[in-house]
Design a protein around this ligand. Structure first.
Ligand code: ZN
Length: 313
Protein backbone atom coordinates (compact mmCIF):
# COMPACT_ATOMS: atom_id res chain seq x y z
CA UNK A 1 0.00 0.00 0.00
CA UNK A 2 1.33 3.42 -0.88
CA UNK A 3 2.29 5.53 2.10
CA UNK A 4 0.50 8.83 2.42
CA UNK A 5 2.64 11.91 2.23
CA UNK A 6 2.93 13.73 5.55
CA UNK A 7 4.74 16.85 4.34
CA UNK A 8 6.88 18.02 1.45
CA UNK A 9 9.72 20.38 0.80
CA UNK A 10 11.28 22.20 -2.11
CA UNK A 11 14.95 23.09 -1.90
CA UNK A 12 15.38 25.87 -4.46
CA UNK A 13 19.07 26.27 -5.25
CA UNK A 14 20.92 28.35 -7.80
CA UNK A 15 21.24 25.44 -10.22
CA UNK A 16 18.52 22.91 -9.30
CA UNK A 17 15.24 22.58 -7.46
CA UNK A 18 14.84 19.42 -5.36
CA UNK A 19 11.28 18.34 -4.51
CA UNK A 20 10.88 15.75 -1.76
CA UNK A 21 7.84 14.08 -0.24
CA UNK A 22 8.16 12.74 3.31
CA UNK A 23 6.18 10.23 5.34
CA UNK A 24 5.24 10.74 8.98
CA UNK A 25 8.66 9.52 10.16
CA UNK A 26 10.46 11.88 7.73
CA UNK A 27 11.64 9.22 5.35
CA UNK A 28 11.67 10.28 1.69
CA UNK A 29 8.77 8.66 -0.16
CA UNK A 30 9.42 10.28 -3.50
CA UNK A 31 11.75 12.90 -4.91
CA UNK A 32 12.80 14.54 -8.13
CA UNK A 33 14.98 17.39 -9.34
CA UNK A 34 14.59 19.98 -12.07
CA UNK A 35 16.88 22.75 -13.28
CA UNK A 36 16.40 26.20 -11.75
CA UNK A 37 15.27 28.77 -14.34
CA UNK A 38 17.74 31.62 -14.34
CA UNK A 39 16.35 34.05 -16.89
CA UNK A 40 13.08 35.35 -15.46
CA UNK A 41 10.92 35.44 -12.37
CA UNK A 42 7.91 34.23 -14.37
CA UNK A 43 9.69 31.04 -15.44
CA UNK A 44 10.94 30.42 -11.89
CA UNK A 45 7.41 30.88 -10.56
CA UNK A 46 6.05 28.43 -13.16
CA UNK A 47 8.55 25.73 -12.21
CA UNK A 48 7.89 26.11 -8.47
CA UNK A 49 4.14 25.86 -9.11
CA UNK A 50 4.71 22.73 -11.23
CA UNK A 51 6.79 21.11 -8.51
CA UNK A 52 4.22 21.90 -5.81
CA UNK A 53 1.47 20.45 -8.01
CA UNK A 54 3.61 17.34 -8.54
CA UNK A 55 4.10 16.99 -4.79
CA UNK A 56 0.36 17.33 -4.20
CA UNK A 57 -0.41 14.75 -6.87
CA UNK A 58 2.26 12.37 -5.59
CA UNK A 59 0.95 12.79 -2.05
CA UNK A 60 -2.43 11.39 -3.12
CA UNK A 61 -3.82 14.84 -3.88
CA UNK A 62 -4.05 15.81 -0.21
CA UNK A 63 -2.98 19.38 0.51
CA UNK A 64 -0.12 18.45 2.79
CA UNK A 65 2.10 21.17 4.33
CA UNK A 66 4.76 22.25 1.84
CA UNK A 67 7.79 24.33 2.69
CA UNK A 68 10.13 26.08 0.28
CA UNK A 69 13.76 26.65 1.19
CA UNK A 70 15.70 29.17 -0.88
CA UNK A 71 18.95 31.13 -0.71
CA UNK A 72 17.58 34.45 0.44
CA UNK A 73 15.58 36.24 3.06
CA UNK A 74 11.85 36.85 2.99
CA UNK A 75 11.13 40.33 4.29
CA UNK A 76 8.55 39.77 7.05
CA UNK A 77 7.03 43.22 6.47
CA UNK A 78 6.61 43.20 2.69
CA UNK A 79 6.80 39.48 1.84
CA UNK A 80 9.39 40.30 -0.82
CA UNK A 81 12.23 37.87 -1.38
CA UNK A 82 15.74 39.25 -1.16
CA UNK A 83 18.09 36.88 -2.98
CA UNK A 84 21.27 37.19 -5.00
CA UNK A 85 21.13 33.74 -6.60
CA UNK A 86 17.60 33.56 -8.04
CA UNK A 87 15.65 35.80 -10.44
CA UNK A 88 13.19 36.56 -7.63
CA UNK A 89 14.70 39.45 -5.73
CA UNK A 90 12.12 42.09 -4.86
CA UNK A 91 9.21 39.89 -5.97
CA UNK A 92 6.40 38.83 -3.59
CA UNK A 93 6.95 35.10 -4.17
CA UNK A 94 4.64 33.91 -1.38
CA UNK A 95 1.73 36.14 -2.53
CA UNK A 96 2.19 35.05 -6.14
CA UNK A 97 2.25 31.37 -5.16
CA UNK A 98 -0.93 31.73 -3.11
CA UNK A 99 -2.66 33.30 -6.13
CA UNK A 100 -1.44 30.59 -8.51
CA UNK A 101 -2.26 27.73 -6.13
CA UNK A 102 -5.86 28.68 -5.32
CA UNK A 103 -5.21 29.80 -1.79
CA UNK A 104 -2.76 27.08 -0.85
CA UNK A 105 -0.41 28.48 1.76
CA UNK A 106 3.26 27.42 1.42
CA UNK A 107 5.95 28.38 3.91
CA UNK A 108 9.07 30.06 2.52
CA UNK A 109 12.24 29.81 4.57
CA UNK A 110 15.90 30.61 4.05
CA UNK A 111 17.72 27.43 3.02
CA UNK A 112 20.38 27.68 5.75
CA UNK A 113 17.66 28.17 8.37
CA UNK A 114 15.93 25.09 6.91
CA UNK A 115 19.18 23.13 7.25
CA UNK A 116 19.55 24.23 10.90
CA UNK A 117 15.97 23.28 11.73
CA UNK A 118 16.27 19.90 10.04
CA UNK A 119 19.51 19.02 11.81
CA UNK A 120 18.35 20.39 15.18
CA UNK A 121 15.09 18.46 15.23
CA UNK A 122 15.69 15.41 13.04
CA UNK A 123 19.45 15.21 12.57
CA UNK A 124 22.74 15.46 14.41
CA UNK A 125 21.49 17.98 16.99
CA UNK A 126 18.24 16.25 17.95
CA UNK A 127 19.35 15.51 21.54
CA UNK A 128 20.27 19.13 22.22
CA UNK A 129 18.33 22.16 23.42
CA UNK A 130 20.23 24.99 21.74
CA UNK A 131 21.55 24.12 18.31
CA UNK A 132 23.39 26.24 15.77
CA UNK A 133 23.48 25.03 12.17
CA UNK A 134 26.38 26.41 10.16
CA UNK A 135 26.52 25.91 6.40
CA UNK A 136 30.05 26.36 5.06
CA UNK A 137 29.83 26.42 1.30
CA UNK A 138 30.21 29.14 -1.29
CA UNK A 139 28.86 31.40 1.45
CA UNK A 140 28.70 31.12 5.22
CA UNK A 141 25.35 31.20 7.02
CA UNK A 142 23.18 29.14 9.29
CA UNK A 143 20.41 29.21 11.81
CA UNK A 144 19.68 29.03 15.51
CA UNK A 145 17.16 26.56 16.96
CA UNK A 146 16.10 26.68 20.58
CA UNK A 147 13.92 23.90 21.97
CA UNK A 148 12.96 22.79 18.47
CA UNK A 149 11.93 26.30 17.44
CA UNK A 150 13.79 28.26 14.80
CA UNK A 151 14.71 31.78 15.92
CA UNK A 152 13.73 34.02 13.01
CA UNK A 153 14.44 37.53 14.31
CA UNK A 154 12.58 40.68 13.38
CA UNK A 155 14.14 40.86 9.89
CA UNK A 156 14.42 37.14 9.21
CA UNK A 157 18.18 37.65 9.43
CA UNK A 158 18.95 35.58 12.55
CA UNK A 159 21.58 33.12 11.37
CA UNK A 160 23.47 35.41 9.00
CA UNK A 161 26.61 34.62 10.97
CA UNK A 162 28.81 35.01 7.92
CA UNK A 163 28.31 38.78 7.92
CA UNK A 164 29.78 39.29 11.37
CA UNK A 165 33.17 40.99 10.94
CA UNK A 166 36.42 39.10 11.54
CA UNK A 167 38.35 40.67 14.44
CA UNK A 168 41.22 42.89 13.28
CA UNK A 169 43.74 41.08 15.46
CA UNK A 170 43.12 37.82 13.55
CA UNK A 171 43.54 39.49 10.16
CA UNK A 172 46.75 41.10 11.41
CA UNK A 173 48.01 37.81 12.88
CA UNK A 174 48.04 36.23 9.42
CA UNK A 175 48.51 39.38 7.32
CA UNK A 176 45.15 38.73 5.68
CA UNK A 177 43.39 41.41 3.62
CA UNK A 178 40.09 43.08 4.49
CA UNK A 179 37.90 41.96 1.60
CA UNK A 180 34.68 43.43 0.29
CA UNK A 181 31.68 41.18 0.93
CA UNK A 182 28.60 40.65 -1.23
CA UNK A 183 26.44 42.04 1.60
CA UNK A 184 27.93 45.50 1.05
CA UNK A 185 30.18 45.46 4.10
CA UNK A 186 33.87 44.55 4.40
CA UNK A 187 35.84 42.03 6.41
CA UNK A 188 32.92 39.64 7.00
CA UNK A 189 33.65 36.05 8.05
CA UNK A 190 32.09 34.90 4.77
CA UNK A 191 34.93 36.48 2.79
CA UNK A 192 37.58 34.18 4.32
CA UNK A 193 35.72 31.59 6.41
CA UNK A 194 33.57 30.11 3.62
CA UNK A 195 34.71 27.48 1.13
CA UNK A 196 35.56 30.30 -1.26
CA UNK A 197 37.38 31.95 1.64
CA UNK A 198 39.60 28.89 2.04
CA UNK A 199 40.67 29.25 -1.60
CA UNK A 200 41.35 32.96 -0.99
CA UNK A 201 43.52 32.12 2.01
CA UNK A 202 45.37 29.57 -0.14
CA UNK A 203 45.96 32.24 -2.80
CA UNK A 204 47.23 34.62 -0.13
CA UNK A 205 49.58 32.05 1.42
CA UNK A 206 50.88 30.31 -1.70
CA UNK A 207 50.37 32.96 -4.39
CA UNK A 208 48.68 30.31 -6.53
CA UNK A 209 45.13 29.45 -7.48
CA UNK A 210 44.38 26.29 -5.51
CA UNK A 211 41.45 24.11 -6.51
CA UNK A 212 39.13 23.16 -3.64
CA UNK A 213 39.77 19.48 -4.41
CA UNK A 214 43.33 19.94 -3.08
CA UNK A 215 41.80 20.16 0.39
CA UNK A 216 39.55 17.14 -0.02
CA UNK A 217 42.36 14.61 0.34
CA UNK A 218 43.44 12.46 3.22
CA UNK A 219 45.00 14.95 5.69
CA UNK A 220 48.31 13.03 5.57
CA UNK A 221 48.58 13.73 1.84
CA UNK A 222 48.02 17.49 1.94
CA UNK A 223 51.13 19.58 1.29
CA UNK A 224 52.48 21.53 4.31
CA UNK A 225 51.64 24.96 2.89
CA UNK A 226 48.05 23.85 2.33
CA UNK A 227 47.97 22.43 5.85
CA UNK A 228 48.86 25.93 6.99
CA UNK A 229 45.96 27.36 4.93
CA UNK A 230 43.59 24.91 6.61
CA UNK A 231 44.98 25.83 10.01
CA UNK A 232 44.41 29.58 9.38
CA UNK A 233 40.91 28.93 8.04
CA UNK A 234 40.02 26.80 11.06
CA UNK A 235 41.40 29.46 13.41
CA UNK A 236 39.11 32.07 11.81
CA UNK A 237 36.08 29.77 11.99
CA UNK A 238 36.84 28.87 15.61
CA UNK A 239 36.73 32.59 16.45
CA UNK A 240 33.26 32.77 14.91
CA UNK A 241 32.24 29.73 16.94
CA UNK A 242 33.63 31.44 20.06
CA UNK A 243 31.47 34.48 19.32
CA UNK A 244 28.45 32.21 18.96
CA UNK A 245 29.33 30.66 22.33
CA UNK A 246 29.42 34.11 23.91
CA UNK A 247 26.07 35.13 22.43
CA UNK A 248 23.83 32.04 22.36
CA UNK A 249 26.05 29.45 24.11
CA UNK A 250 24.82 26.47 22.03
CA UNK A 251 24.94 22.83 23.18
CA UNK A 252 25.63 21.68 19.67
CA UNK A 253 26.91 23.11 16.39
CA UNK A 254 26.11 21.12 13.26
CA UNK A 255 28.26 21.78 10.22
CA UNK A 256 26.99 21.40 6.66
CA UNK A 257 27.86 22.57 3.17
CA UNK A 258 30.57 21.35 0.82
CA UNK A 259 33.52 22.84 2.74
CA UNK A 260 32.41 21.18 6.00
CA UNK A 261 34.02 18.03 4.58
CA UNK A 262 37.47 19.62 4.71
CA UNK A 263 39.81 17.21 6.50
CA UNK A 264 40.17 17.69 10.23
CA UNK A 265 37.59 20.49 10.43
CA UNK A 266 35.54 19.10 13.33
CA UNK A 267 38.54 18.11 15.48
CA UNK A 268 40.43 21.27 14.48
CA UNK A 269 37.53 23.53 15.42
CA UNK A 270 36.99 21.69 18.70
CA UNK A 271 40.66 21.99 19.66
CA UNK A 272 40.98 25.63 18.58
CA UNK A 273 37.84 26.56 20.49
CA UNK A 274 39.16 24.88 23.64
CA UNK A 275 42.00 27.39 23.61
CA UNK A 276 39.61 30.34 23.41
CA UNK A 277 36.82 29.50 25.85
CA UNK A 278 36.60 31.49 29.04
CA UNK A 279 37.37 29.75 32.31
CA UNK A 280 34.52 27.47 33.40
CA UNK A 281 33.03 27.38 29.88
CA UNK A 282 32.55 24.01 28.21
CA UNK A 283 32.47 24.02 24.44
CA UNK A 284 29.52 22.76 22.40
CA UNK A 285 29.52 19.43 20.62
CA UNK A 286 30.69 20.18 17.07
CA UNK A 287 29.64 17.61 14.49
CA UNK A 288 28.81 17.08 10.84
CA UNK A 289 25.25 17.03 9.52
CA UNK A 290 23.39 13.73 9.27
CA UNK A 291 20.64 14.72 6.86
CA UNK A 292 22.62 14.73 3.64
CA UNK A 293 21.16 16.32 0.54
CA UNK A 294 17.60 16.26 1.87
CA UNK A 295 18.33 18.53 4.87
CA UNK A 296 17.16 21.69 3.10
CA UNK A 297 13.87 20.27 1.80
CA UNK A 298 13.23 18.38 5.05
CA UNK A 299 13.78 21.50 7.17
CA UNK A 300 11.46 23.53 4.96
CA UNK A 301 8.83 20.77 5.18
CA UNK A 302 9.19 20.66 8.96
CA UNK A 303 8.72 24.45 9.14
CA UNK A 304 5.54 24.05 7.10
CA UNK A 305 4.21 21.38 9.48
CA UNK A 306 4.96 23.62 12.48
CA UNK A 307 3.18 26.56 10.81
CA UNK A 308 0.10 24.46 10.10
CA UNK A 309 0.09 23.09 13.66
CA UNK A 310 0.34 26.64 15.02
CA UNK A 311 -2.67 27.67 12.91
CA UNK A 312 -4.66 24.71 14.12
CA UNK A 313 -3.93 25.29 17.80
ZN1 ZN B 1 29.05 40.33 4.53
Amino acid sequence: MARLGHAAGLDVGGTKIAAQLFDETWNVIDAREVATPKTSYASLLNVIVNEINWLHATGDGVQIPIGIGLPGIVDPRTGAVLTANLPASGHPLWTDLVQRLAGFDPVIINDCRAFALSEAVLGAGHDHETVVGLVIGTGLAGGLVFGGNLIKGSNGAAGEFGHIPIPTHLLQKYGLPVLWCGCGRSGCYETLGSGVGLSRIAKHVTGEDIDASAFAKNPDHIAPDLQRCLSIWIDLLSELVMELCLTVDPDCIVLGGGASKAPGLVSGLTNALDGKLLTAMTGPMICLAQGGPQSGARGAAFAAVMARNAKGS
